[in-house]
Every structure is written in structure tokens, then in C-alpha cells.
Design a protein around this ligand. Sequence first.
Ligand code: CDP
Length: 713
Amino acid sequence: YKDVYGKGKPIDIDPRDRKLSFSAIKVLASRYLLKDAKTWRFKETPQMMFRRVAHAIAEAEFVYCRNKGNSDEYCSEATKFWEEKFYEIMSDLRFLPNSPTLMNAGTRLGILSACFVIPVRDAITTPEGDGIYDAVRAQAIIFQQGGGTGFDFSELRPEGDIVASTGGVASGPISFMKMFDANTDVIKQGGKRRGANMGVLHVWHPDIEKFIDAKSGKLKDINLQNFNISVGVYDYFMDAVIKKSKVPLINPRRTNVRPDLGNDSRFYIISKARHYLNEDWVQEAILEELESKGGSIWIDETVMVTIDEAMAIAEDKDAIVKYEDASKLFEKIVRNAWDSGDPGLLFVDTINRRHPVWYLGKINATNPCGEQPLLPWESCNLGSIDLSKYVYIDSEGMPRIAWRQLAEDLRVIARFMDNVIDVAKWPLPQLEQAIKRTRKIGVGVMGWAYMLIKLGIPYDSVDAIYLAYHLAEWIEYNLALASIELAKERGSFPIYDSSKYKPTWLTAKPLEELLNIAGIKDRPSKKVLELLSDRPLVNWNYIEKLRKEVGMRNATLTSIAPTGTISILAGTSSSIEPIFAVAYERHVTVGTFIEIDPLFLEYLRKYELDNADMIKLVAERGSLSEIPFVPRSLKTLFRTAHDIEPKWHVLHQAVWQQWVCAGVSKTVNLRFDATVEDVREVYILAWLLGCKGITVYRDKSKAQQVIYVGVKM
Ligand code: CDP
């Protein structure tokens, strides 16, 4: 305040800024609030930042309004109206856009989205700008402005393969990844924040074993430290793991049948066909599959191949390097994930089965934290609602959910997110083209654990799962309505095709099915059914009718981000995660925070347990599970990530995923003493439940982690 208002002027702190916690202010001061380049003094307060963002994002309204032939005066009014709405939801901390929007909106920097996927073709550079070094350049530009990048390296020829132009040998995807990693380290110095990457290699690649080992054992605290890595697995692979059969490894350089299919589609056919061919009943099986689809098969739902073509591709023996035991690969994956957290899995078939604009091509990669499976050059801007702010206490003293207010806010949020695409300045033409085709937005949630605590529902309970499913549906429903309304006003996204578009709401698995798969027999309590009875009815048939008549403004609507920073700003629990600990040390770029969960402190006060001894005990342990004298109700409500059985972590991810168009970022946090078998179960359950990917992290499995349970005293 002193910096902004100068000396001599009385300092009135905006009451809205008083809502921000100490950690929130520290984070804002470190990178978000604008500073004068010369004096290094702050140019804005937190409220001024929200105003800057609201103002910049509302500018899109003016353009749309003018394009309809309205007067300047009228359009200024309309723009101001939306600016106020945007400012209000942000400054009340009910909704926050992802960090790049907060940092860059209304400034010279134009990237407002957090998530990008960049293609890496098997060439040093290409005229189209999608070779290996083109990707390195794109990565640098995106990092400079605070975005995160994901890559599929599967098209790169394996290590030791021939390089025709030089007669030399190829270094393989893992070596090239090291360069992307080093690039991240270098850019970190001048960029807005530490860059994050996702590196994907599909399970059919000959270098897959090396990839699986790239961040574990001796390498775990050394290699590829700026990468999360994930193995792209397919249903045929998971089936082979269960059946203990073999799968082919394929050299991406050596297959030439139907080049128009794109490498990954061809490998898909080969690996699938070869997998069958390996067993005696093959030919029939594949023929049967093909014939059942009218003599041809949709590969990744974008291109059709005939039986003859599929067989020719499958017979393309040159491409197959060897056969590998699927279960051997899988055991390696789970052992390493147990050891170091990497690799995770991407379920490529699930992603593509549920990809609403599948007719644009097959998705092979995600952004760094997995919440955005994207096509090459695509990006997505994210924003998250703090669910805990939608719990109110009714006249009888009972906590309830403000369903209608949530619906109202979602309309404002959809508009905000759609505007972001227009006001962003895109540093590469490919990025602008890709996003403007589909206008994907990613609205997510934070404060889910806090909401449950406030409602008195334990995280590891059927009640929580029931509520998650219906709440996620409500969010998707209202955003669908909002996007249809926007389409009416502004038109559908350019490549919208009402007959091909595959809405998320038509592919959600029923809750009963999920509970059955997970072996959960309990049914929801009366309390949760009552909470749900306040929810107005949803009518998906009505949405489908509207969608077909009017269209959709955005190809995807929802995405659950980790909300690592914005949940600190909002003073809430992150994403859909359970609380990590009741007391913790958090190590972030701007320093170390020692914190006691503020909601927990509130409850301790309620129970008159907030004495120094209790606080000390809680701070040391980080969890209540073994502390005597704490009431049982408090213990069940404040169960932490490590107190909760892995199955419940996966279930939360899976139920949210059913109503989420993109992906769900979630870490299944395991106790230090969890076993390799636990990891195996988590990975298989995630696949069966229809998750799009899965990641685990076993406590203290790496030399350094961002957050530690308890406080070292
Ligand atoms: O809370 P905030 O908006 O800062 O970000 P988040 O929800 O924790 O992360 C959202 C996405 O931002 C991640 O999935 C990455 O794509 C990107 N990100 C990044 O590039 N670098 C970071 N240090 C953190 C996040």
C-alpha cells in the first residue's frame, strides 16, 4: 500500500484485501502484483490486480457488442456491467482464473492460459515448424509467460536407429528430452514461474523401458527434474497385462503403409493387430472386429481403414522391433512409480473415446499436470471455483449448498473464460489457430475437501462420492447451458459439427457402475440425499435439443486443475484433493511456509481445544489419527491425504472425471510404507473406473518434495 499510494497519503486498506491470508499476500507480492521496472516498487494492490484482470477480460465484450451494430455508449455500459461481475467473483475469492491470466491480463504479455501441448515430429526442424528444435523454441516462448507444456515424444525414432542424411545413429527420445529439460532450467531464471513439462511416450515405442526408468532409482533426484513423465497405454495393453501376453514394440520410422494415418494411428493398428496375431485366434478376432463395423474400422475415430488395409499395416513386419511381455513392462512401471512417483499412466483409449471433438484427430499427450489432454498446438485457459464458498448455514443451523448461486456464477465464469481466448495475445500463429478452432475452456474446482468438512461429510465415504458425482454433473450442466447461450450470441466454435460432436454428458458412466467396480456396497445417508434434494433437476435431453438447435461456443468446458497457487490465494483446500495435513511445511519458490490448516484451527476453537499443547502436538504430527483427546468426529472429518485409503482417492478422481470434458489432475498420495502392490492396484483400478490418467506419490520417496506433513520443531 505504501508503494502504491506513495508517501504522505493516508493508507486505507481495502477491506477486501483483508480477506487474504498472509501466505496469499506473500505469493501475490512475489510474482503477481505488477512492479515498476525501475524502482521495483509495487504498482498495484491485490484489489487493483483483480480490477486489472476484470477490465482486460471484459474488453472482449465491447468488440462483440460493436460487431452487432450497437452504439459505443451502449457497448461501454455493457462492458462495464460484465467487468463488475468479473471483479466481484474474483475479489470475493469465489472464482480465480489460472495464474497466467492473473499475471498477464492487461499487460504487454499475452499468454493467459496455463496448458499447452506442442508437437515433436521426427526431424530437427520442419517447414511447418513442428520439428524437435521448433518445439524447444515454442517451449521457451510459452515458459517466458508462465504457461506449461506437454509433449508426446513417440514419433522420434529409437536410440541407435539410422539417421539417413548423416549416416549416423539417432540419440532417441530420452536424450532429446534432456534438452527440453535443460531449456526449462535456463528459462526459469527470467520467466514468470518455474516451468513444468509433461513428457509422454507410448507403450509401443522401442525405448519404452528406458523411458520408464528415466526418473527412478539412481536417476530419481537427478534426471528430467522439470518433467512429469507418463506412459501412454491402450486398452489392448492393459488387457495383455491381465492376460500376461506379449505386445509388439514398433519403430516409428519404419512403417510406411497408409502414411496419411499418421504414425500413432498406424502403430495403434499394428500393436492391436499384432497383439491378437500373437494368439491363435487372431485373424478371426481382428476380422470380426473389423466386420462388426461394416468391413472397416475407425482408427482413433478419425480415419477409416478397410480390413485389407488394417491387415497390410499389421503385416508390416519391418516396423516391429520385438515382442515384450506386457506384465513385465507394467511391473517396471509400478515399481518405479512406487520408488519415485514417475511414471504415471495416460489411458489413451479412454481419452480418445471421450474426446468431444474426436473428428480433429487423436490426442496423444496432456499438459504437465494431466488435466488437459490436447491436440498438437492446442492450449486451454483454466479457472477454478472455490466450492467451500457455496456452503451456507440455514435458519435451523444446518449447512446447505447454494446450488442456484453456483449456477449463476457459472454463467459469468463461462463468459469470462470465453473472453480470455479473444483478449489473449498469441506469440505463435499455430497456437492461435488451434485454440480458435475449438475455443476450449477449462472450468474446475478447488475447496472440495473444505466443502465436505463444512458439510460434515468425511472424504472417504460414500456420501462424499455421491455428492461429488451430482455436484460435478450440476457444474457441467450449467456450463453447457452457458456455452449454448454464448453460441446463440456469438456463434458456435468454428469446427462445431452438431452430428459429430460427442458431448461429455452422453459418455459419463453411471455412479452405480463405478461403485460396483470399486466394490463399495454402502449407500448414501439421509443427510446427503437431503443436501442433494435442494439441487434443481437437470434435464440433459433439453440440453441436447438446445445444443442441436443452437450449437456450442466451446468444445470443452470443464477440467480439474491442481490449483497449486490459486487455492493459496483463495485460502482454500486445493483442487479435489483431501487436506494434505492439518499442519505442514510448504516449500515454494518464494520461500517456506509453516502452516496450520486455518479451517482446522477454527474447529479446534469450536471444541475449545486450541491450547498451546494441542497445537504443538498437532503441528509435530501433521495428522490427528494418533493423537488422544481429540473427538472422533473431528478425526474423521480432518482425515488427511495419507490417512485416506488409496481406493477413495481414485474414486474421487473417477467420479469427477465422469462429468469433466478434459481431465482431472489428482495425485494419489500414499503413505511412506505403501507397497508396490498398492501402486499396482491403484493403476488398474483407475483404468477400470474410466480415469484418463493416474499418478501416485509415496511420501518421502524423493529427496525433496513441495509439501511435508507436520513441522520440524
Ligand atoms: O494455481 P495455478 O493457476 O497457478 O496453477 P495450477 O492449477 O497448480 O496448475 C495448472 C497448470 O499450470 C499446470 O497443469 C501446468 O500446465 C501449469 N503450471 C506450470 O506450467 N508451471 C508451474 N510452476 C505450475 C503450473
